[in-house]
Structure formats: C-alpha cells, structure tokens
Design a protein. Sequence first.
Length: 84
Amino acid sequence: MTGRAQLDKLIAFADREELPFDQSGWDRSGEQIALLFKAYLARDLYGPGYFFEVLNPSDEVFTQAVNILREPEAYERSLSGSNP
C-alpha cells in the first residue's frame, strides 16, 4: 500500500469517527502530518530509532547542527558566538 493510500485510510477513519475533514488545515499541515505518519510507521515496523531517522532530516535545526559539527570552522564559529 502506498503512502497516499495509507493517508486516505487515515482520513476515512477520521470521517467514520465523525471528525470532519478540514481542507484548509490539511493544506497547511498535510505534509507534516504525512511525515509524522511515516515516522510512526517506521518506528512501529523497525524500532524506536527509525522514528528519528525519518523525522530528523526535515528538521532545519537538526540539519544545521549536523552541518556545524561536520565543518570544524563552522563549529568553532558557533562556539565563539560568531555568525556562520
């Protein structure tokens, strides 16, 4: 089953539970909901660490921190308070 099919099932489930679909809310948050859904599914299938394997690459602060740690000069600048 594709990711889209899983999301459609989630929306259908919410409808059966009388939780109306909010298109404007989905337009605003749908990508984040889909990513969280994928992360929880990865956690359930493969273990807790996989939740973050899926989620962290989309976290701007996380990726910036990883980049700083990979570049010694950027790391030193961040420690000294200088702008990268």
